[in-house]
Design a protein around this ligand. Structure first.
Ligand code: SAM
Length: 985
């Protein structure tokens, strides 16, 4: 960029305040990289796709900039955090690569060995070698012996069952090279490595090694080998049989002899050879043997002297098969072991993994020095065993009593209604069991830990229920009759969950702390309680109880309150206890209990406390945006969820639609992330069209979101995805890619034109980057300094990073960090894109005046004529703009195209009457009135707006005039708010 952009003074400050006050935005963390999102305002979201520009912003939703609290501290800048994560990620990736490399090498070695063995076998099997052996007659007894032994290996039933060997592993055949010393009728002691290689299988060790290559599972067991000669059928074929667990004596009776020493092994092969030669003789005699080579049967049986495996711990006795469970049970628990806590969290995590493996449980478990925090799904048929495993004391075989056991406050919170397996598979709360070691099980932000053992009274759910009911009745009495007779003050009830959790459900009388993160609670509590007497009863609750341990420790130890209690087992415990012990009682908790697993929430009562993020109606549903790049958590009603395909905005919806419609274009750098899920059922043609158009580059979505954040009242003015793609297509079809834009705003259409101009330049074979005088070049005129500042930042990102996901990330950072965007205080700025096209943003006081100057050739701004002029500003003077563009050839080439936006003027051109009041000529879409009028969602309301009617009349007059102008040819297209293509003849 060839300009210095001024720091935004007024602008930055204004948004900084918005950040601090923001209640409706949220920064969030996904995986290990921080992602920044802003909640766009409803109206801009509705306008983002460009499908519907008529819908106004929803009054319930305010746009805001969002700042992640992590970055709020002075020393944690986004870049330092990002670099920290980058380093951590690099280490993980390097380690993974190293492991993969080693695996590859080992595999390569094994393949190489296999190949060598196969080659050798093939050679030995070759007719030539067989023939040579036959001719050599090297057995010393004048008969020919093939160079290979066939060895049939049979494993016993006990081993098969114990090692869960499949059919193919039960038995098999391998070929062994006949050792040369066999011809000399001698034994060989095989002790060095070379010998072992040359005489594979001629020692116990070598034989076992070869067997392991075919029967890999045997490695895990202790077994003994014995051998027998083959049994032949009447035609001389070797019979295979299933082995059983014969005792020693039986084995001898069956003609099996043990292979305990190397000598035994060699003798066995020797016997096999003799047996074969004997049969060969017989074959010559009666021509019946089908045995082609010496054959030995090797029996693999469990070693009777192997030590017995230790008995299973009591909790694994009679363990049913967890895979056969028809349901899953959701549960949660936490423990703060006293004294030194968990001394070695890593080994505890390993221990938990090992002990819980047989249960096939899923979930998310955190282990830290301070304790364990678990949310899990356990197959219901093994639940009793699992509970035993976690709770049995050490003297009864329990291995977890030092971390869980009696330290699990309120035991294990078990959801009373198990989830059927089908349902669980469709919408899994967890997919794996993740046991992670963390510095804390609940991040609190304290410099040093408090005493978690001393955290107020742990109030049983029914007592809590009664207390709350009593307080509610008292509060009602005070309200209705002004009865203040009671001496006891009402308790303060704190909902200690984060703001988003309380949106869909809470206890009556509760005051939500409204934090974005748990660690923000301390300031909120200190401020709220600063004038409260220390003996005021304070009751706290959260989802499962763990957060209240910390809150109450803070209230008692730091703020010195004396009458503090917390709901034992949290809302989950309350729900279960009430269901089990007082099912007829009306629950004091209303709505949905938000939970941190795939279910998102458990409905406790039918009350709908939430407000739909999209339409503002009441709902109890909470969800995450289905656009995986966004994933914003939001309250959204069923209707909006269906019409937005589970996404939060038109922008995200289009991304999801595009990504599902383009399953094969993954290699495209601009490809948006592919979403999983069922195929989309399109409900309107706009969605269908988006779904069947090439994906919009990710950068453009971020430009829309930035516009909503930086220029909320004008966010509806951006061209949007559908129109933007159309403009790119038009620009790419020109010969030179020379585009003039009137009305840059935040640079959405400018970016589309620049993209198209670069394509045009490439297709036409331009060798140099375009300039004012020739080649692919976009000139965009704008008078608003703030809009230009935002546009300049966007085009800089595009110039440096392109339009892909990475570029989108940089653009998203602009609104997240509020940096790099300021009022434009230069005259112009030029950026280059793709080594092909350049783009100049020019600040003007009036675009029409600048155009007229350029047309006359007198201006310093003059440029070679353009292929396309996009008129997207100053809608009351369209006739003058078209005039300036078509008279003379300085501005627009002969045959060039003028594109005029908004020619249908929100549909009101239909109503346009013959009475046109010209008195108001100060049109500007980006005016306060325009912002206000677009707040309203219905055309009828617009009809009542005098100014809107006047503008519609003007537009109608322009449309009627231009179609009669014989210097041009017009095609009006009902895309979005109407686009007229006006070709200069
Ligand atoms: C509809 S917006 C442009 C939107 C943009 N082309 C896009 O697609 O994202 C109109 C812009 O024109 C600018 N504008 C209006 N009148 C103007 C004038 N006389 N001279 C220069 N700019 C003007 C406004 O400040 C506003 O930013």
């Amino acid at each position: 960029m060839n300009t210095s952009m001024g720091r935004s003074s007024h602008f930055v400050k204004r948004n900084a305040i918005r950040v601090l006050n923001s209640k409706d935005g949220c920064g969030f963390r996904r995986g290990c990289s921080y992602r920044w999102k802003s909640i766009t305002d409803g109206r801009s979201a509705a306008f983002l796709s460009g499908v519907d520009r008529f819908h106004g912003p929803h009054p319930y939703v305010r746009s805001s900039l969002v700042k992640h609290p992590l970055f709020a501290s002075n020393n944690a800048t986004p870049s330092s955090t990002a670099s920290y994560h980058a380093t951590a990620n690099q280490q993980i990736v390097a380690r993974r690569n190293e492991i993969n490399r080693q695996k590859r090498e080992a595999r390569q070695k094994a393949l190489e060995k296999d190949r060598e063995r196969n080659l050798k076998l093939r050679h030995l099997f070759s007719e030539e070698v067989q023939q040579r052996h036959a001719n050599d007659g090297d057995t010393g007894i004048g008969n020919d012996v093939p160079p290979m032994f066939a060895v049939k290996v049979v494993t016993c039933r006990t081993l098969r069952a114990e090692l869960k060997m499949n059919g193919r592993e039960k038995r098999g055949r391998m070929f062994v090279e006949r050792p040369t010393f066999f011809g000399e009728n001698t034994m060989k002691s095989i002790d060095d490595e070379e010998d072992a290689n040359n005489y594979a299988c001629m020692s116990v060790k070598a034989l076992k090694q070869t067997i392991h290559e075919f029967f890999r599972r045997l490695k895990k067991s202790t077994y003994v080998l014995s051998a027998s000669l083959p049994v032949l059928d009447q035609e001389g074929n070797v019979l295979m049989y299933d082995d059983d667990d014969s005792e020693d004596e039986d084995r001898q009776m069956l003609g099996m002899w043990p292979l305990d020493t190397d000598e035994d092994v060699q003798n066995a092969f020797f016997e096999a050879e003799q047996f074969f030669l004997h049969h060969q003789k017989q074959q010559q005699h009666d021509e019946m043997s089908a045995m082609k080579r010496p054959t030995l049967i090797i029996h693999v049986t469990k070693d009777p002297n192997a030590p017995l495996p230790p008995p299973p711990p009591p909790y694994l006795e009679n363990l049913p098969d967890p895979n056969a469970s028809p349901t899953m049970t959701m549960l949660s628990f936490y423990a703060f072991p006293p004294n030194d806590g968990i001394v070695d969290p890593n080994s505890t995590a390993d221990q938990l993994k090992r002990l819980w493996r047989p249960f096939r449980a899923l979930g998310r478990v955190y282990v830290a020095n301070e304790g364990v925090n678990a949310q899990m799904a356990v197959p219901t048929n093994v639940l009793p065993n699992f509970l035993k495993c976690c709770t049995v004391p050490s003297d009864q075989g329990g291995e977890l009593s030092h971390v869980l056991g009696s330290y699990m406050e309120n035991g294990i919170n078990i959801d009373p209604i198990p989830v059927p397996m089908d349902e669980f598979r469709q919408n899994p709360a967890f997919r794996n069991l993740h046991i992670r070691v963390r510095s804390q099980i609940v991040a609190d932000g304290f410099d040093k830990p408090l005493d978690w053992q001393s955290a107020g009274y742990d109030m049983p759910p029914l007592e809590w229920h009664a207390k709350l009911k009593e307080a509610r009745d008292k509060a009602r009495a005070v309200q209705s009759k002004g009865d203040t007779s009671s001496a006891d003050p009402l308790p303060i009830v704190f909902d200690c969950r984060n703001g988003y959790e309380t949106q869909v459900g809470k206890f009556e009388l509760a005051e939500p702390l409204q934090t974005e993160n748990f660690r923000d609670s301390w300031d909120v509590l200190r401020e709220r309680l600063k004038d409260t007497p220390k003996d005021t009863p304070i009751m706290t609750y959260c989802t499962g109880g763990i957060r209240c341990v910390k809150v109450n420790a803070y209230l008692t130890q730091e703020l010195e309150f004396t009458n503090v209690s917390r709901l034992a087992g949290g809302i989950i415990g309350y729900d279960r206890t009430l269901n089990e012990q007082a099912p007829t009682e009306e629950a004091m908790f209303k709505g949905v209990n938000y939970v941190f697993d795939g279910r998102m929430g458990r409905r406790i009562t039918d009350d709908q406390l939430g407000t739909c993020f999209t339409c503002g109606s009441k709902t109890h549903l909470i969800t995450n945006c289905k656009n995986e790049n966004c994933h914003k958590r939001m309250v959204q009603c069923e209707n909006c969820r269906d019409s937005f395909f589970g996404t939060c905005s038109e922008g995200c919806k289009t991304r999801v639609v595009n990504s599902r419609a383009a399953p094969d274009s993954e290699s495209n750098a601009n490809q948006v992330q592919k979403s999983k899920g069922p195929d989309i059922q399109y409900t309107n043609l706009g969605d269908y069209s988006s779904g069947h158009s090439s994906p919009t580059p990710p950068l453009l979505y971020e430009i829309e979101l930035n516009t909503a954040a930086f220029m909320p009242t004008g966010a509806h003015m951006v061209s949007g995805a559908m129109q933007g793609r159309f403009l790119t297509m038009l620009a790419s079809m020109t010969r030179e890619g020379r585009i003039l834009e009137i009305g840059t705003f935040t640079g959405y259409a400018t970016a589309c034109f620049l993209e198209g101009a670069a394509i045009a330049g490439k297709l036409s074979g331009f060798q140099r980057i375009g300039t004012r005088d020739e080649g692919p070049y976009v000139l965009s005129l704008e008078r608003d300094r703030r809009a230009l500042g935002v546009a300049a930042a966007h085009l800089k990102v595009m110039s440096e990073h392109g339009m892909n996901d990475q570029a989108a990330g940089h653009a998203a950072e602009l609104r997240a960090t509020d940096s790099g965007v300021g009022d434009f205080d230069a005259e112009s700025v030029t950026v280059e894109y793709n080594n092909m096209a350049s783009c100049e943003l020019l600040r003007v006081s009036d675009a029409l005046a600048t155009l007229e100057e350029m047309a006359s050739g007198s201006s310093s701004t003059s440029a070679a004529p353009f292929d396309i002029a996009f008129v997207d500003a100053d809608k009351t003077r369209l006739t003058e703009y078209v005039d300036a563009l078509v008279s003379g050839n300085n501005l627009l080439k002969k045959g060039g195209l003028i594109v005029v936006d908004n020619v249908l003027w929100k549909g009101l051109v239909l109503d346009a009457s013959g009475v046109v009041d010209d008195s108001d000529s100060s049109d500007d879409e980006y005016s306060p009135e325009a912002g206000q009028s677009s707040l309203k969602n219905e055309r009828d309301i617009l009809r009542k707006n005098r100014r809107a009617r006047k503008l519609a009349n003007k537009m109608h007059r322009f449309n009627s005039a231009v179609v009669q102008d014989d210097r041009v040819e017009v095609l009006m297209m009902p895309i979005r708010d109407g686009l007229s293509l006006i070709r200069k003849l």
